[in-house]
Design a protein around this ligand. Sequence first.
Ligand code: F6R
Length: 610
Amino acid sequence: MCGIIGYTGPRKTAKILLEGLRRLEYRGYDSAGIAVGRENAEPRLEIIKSVGKIVELAKKMPEDIDGSWGIGHTRWATHGGVTEANAHPHTDMSGKIVVVHNGIIENHKTLRTMLGKKGVVFKSETDTEVIPHLIASYYEGDLLKAVLAALQHLEGTYGIACIHANEPGRIVGARNGSPLIVGVGNDEMFLASDITAMVAYTNRVIYLNDGEVVDITRDSYTITDRHSNMLDKQVDEITWELGAIEKSGFMHYMEKEIFEQPDSIARAMSGRIDEENATAKLGGLNLSRRQLADVHRVRIIAAGTSWHAGMTGSYLLEQAARIPAQAELASELRYRNPVVENDSLWFVVSQSGETADSLYAMREVQRKGATVLGICNVVGSTIARESDGGVYVHSGPEIAVASTKAFTSQLTAFYLFTLLMARMRDMSREEGQKFTRSLLAVPEMVRDALAQRDHIQAIAKKYCRAKDFLYLGRGILYPIALEGALKLKEISYIHAEGYSAGEMKHGPIALISPEVPSVFLVSDDYLHEKTISNIREIKARGGPIIAVGVEGDTEAMALADDFIAVPKADPRFYPFSMVVPLQLFAYFCALELGRDVDQPRNLAKSVTVE
Ligand code: F6R
């Protein structure tokens, strides 16, 4: 979704803004723009906007553009089409007050009418444009005061950065429901919606909370609430470096992130396994043993890929820890007036920690008394901060829009939590040791799956022209089938449906024909024979079969047109090794079809609007 970068300091501002916007590209956008201020005798702002990619914006920049402060934005259209006029920054009528904004101003129509009556002429169709005009109506020489006054009128969500031509070097920012982070440098300051935009320059950051306003110059910052009360905020140090957000020799971020999984999974479990007692240590849960023992049901809130991780976690928790568990779609749950039982523990799973559906659903159940633990990747994100405790998955920055390494790290968090809960219940030490050994072996399992790269690429070449795919699995592999189908559709734009293999005969089997390949996930557990029968049903109707199965499964191998083998393991752990070939298959199909793998159409990395 939209991205914000602001800079004030001695470096070439236009270059910093452009580079920041490039780093924000992964979030998804359709237009971009910057405003750069020059401190001449007559200070002025230069504004450049463009639809399309950042390269288009770069082409429009005058050679001599420079200045010492400015703001930039990548826009993902919500109100008004993808046009240059609708791209940010937006200005007041004088052109001196300039604003970039993430989020949605819900009362923009009322404000437009009110401002229109005062003679304001609007240049765009956006909700954002009301903001600079409102600020202008209060401006009396102090930008902060005018912004604070304007905020009193805004309803909805926003992350805002604002500058005034007559106040060189000053940027005012405000946050309500849309992330904003201050980057503290030496004799320079940054403001961004995402750390990636400024990590090349500073690793000292301050996370703003909703309702907070920041006023920065190159060598100072003050943070207040909306009523001008000063706040003393902590400066956090981020531990990852620039290398973590670069492609490091891979063609795409998605490829890099798929191949990072042995390491990212190992990081997610690092220091969290107590081998001696065959259990897990999850300090961040903030729950005593007594409180954990009183948990009789687990409910999991998430969206998209994170929902698939939650669903896999729910199967595992029921199977291994004997706790009833259910994964809920955040977008449904919130409006369902959910029942919150006293003995339930809730999780919210979110890579970004900013997904609006998940955040609002979390707040709704918290309001009803639920204890909600976060499983998040982005440190300091809103969900991570507002949840009652939780687990950071430490995947490192995930830049590709299609989530891969965050998924397997989220799974790891559920496997750890399951081990902890199971050992407090029925699981013996011996069983716990077996589970622990399997968990520790996951990075190696994933490495073996990755070694099939060339074989999977050849299969992708063979099938990528198909118009429709079915992905089928049973039990704990059912959510993995859903995830495989999601990966394929989002980056290759091929239509794909994930189903429980057992559900085939209740309708989807009508789709089967020689043109519709089915991707089967075949475990070697108690569901093996059932899955093999499902394969036969498809085979009998002429459907091509790609099977991801366990090495040595001669039955599946004989039936499948193409077979991808994963190493034999405890069947509860196949979600890890079987999702990897599906990620690679989607990646290679998209590559073959010439898609923009890292930034698929219509999608954004972090969906901060409902
Ligand atoms: C798919 C994908 C999305 C996200 C979903 C939730 O590859 O990335 O489906 O999983 O938008 O995002 P987070 O996990 O950030 O809450």
